[in-house]
Design a protein around this ligand. Sequence first.
Ligand code: NIG
Ligand code: FE
Length: 417
Amino acid sequence: MIYLTNIAALAGIVPRGVLRKQGAEMDELSTLRDAYLAIRGTDIDSFGPMSALPEIGAEDEVIDAGGGHVLPAFCDSHTHICFAGTREQEFIDKIKGLSYAEIAARGGGILNSADLLHRTGEEELYRQTMSRVDEITRMGTGAIEIKSGYGLTTEDELKMLRVIRRIRESSRAVIKATFLGAHAVGRAYLGRQKDYVDLVCSEMIPAIGAENKTSPVPIAEYVDVFCDEGFFTPEETDRILTAGKAYGLVPKIHANELAYSGGVQVAAAHDALSVDHLERTTDAEIEALRGKRTMPTMLPGSSFFLGIPYGKAREFIQAGLGIALASDYNPGSSPSGDMRFVMAMGCIKMRLTPAQAFNAVTLNSAYAMGVSDILGSITEGKRANLILTDPIPSLAHISYCHHSPFIRKVFLGGEAI
Ligand code: NIG
Ligand code: FE
């Protein structure tokens, strides 16, 4: 057993069986002061007040938290960190006045990354992706959903998914893979969007289904579509999600980033696990999500980077829904996977309380990637993915002083990394 002792505050305690927080619950943050936490193997064994610390055996290890806080590691339920190279030129083009949509319409954007990825070998793609995984785990992220979508041919999409699977096998972080073949129309199909959607439904998805059948570790568990102006329509999205479901892939979606796309309604009708982006929504989107299992997921990093509106998180919460926050780490709209910065933007730009931001990047983002039964809170039996901080005045400090380096240690599966 490993005992973390002298914890000033153990934060994010959630009873077993609670898989997400919604409405007023989002502002609840259960904390135990002057606590210990015991880790057995990869999991949280138990925790309690220091006054009830069990007798330490000769074979036990003690780590003195020295008055730091302990919290669940962040879960990042929406990333595109499997990419090759970077896109600084577009960053400069944006500064000069081009919009994300204009860059994409010129054949830049996602297609630019697809060209780079095509020229990059599997080994090098693994190396680049793994270094981003290492970068964000050191910043406190313990679970990462990674999307394909820079392949845009069957071969290159499978190349990405194989790299993601290898990362899943080699990283201590929990990794989930999402097939996003419908991220953009591949270059060879420009002007023939219907044929590309046919390719996604009739070739890419069946190839993933076949690979999932034979491999002990699935190559993808979720299917996602960029349903937005200039990308895929609600009708195409419906086709792709239907095709994915036939092979056991659970729907997620990119919607309402660039326009009121109708994607939220399609995804909700498909009982999607999450609907993501949501920079532009009306009451209709909230109504479509009421009573659903779907987790609305907002990505303030892309609002910040692209200069577009921030999601109306407070309206969703007031309507009784939960929200998750994720980084969207990608080379085109959010080149950062720093979840503390995501929390800070949640508080500063979306006016979430620090407790709401905390729940949005832990339990609810774990839910949005289908792992809140094993991650996202301090709960006996959950995986010991934890952050230990230096002494900080309060939990609000995490978002308030979001760039001070107070994360002292990160534990993934019970081991300090
Ligand atoms: O989530 N919106 C679509 N896809 C990504 C951006 C991808 C890119 O530009 O490379 C996003 O923001
Ligand atoms: Fe995205």
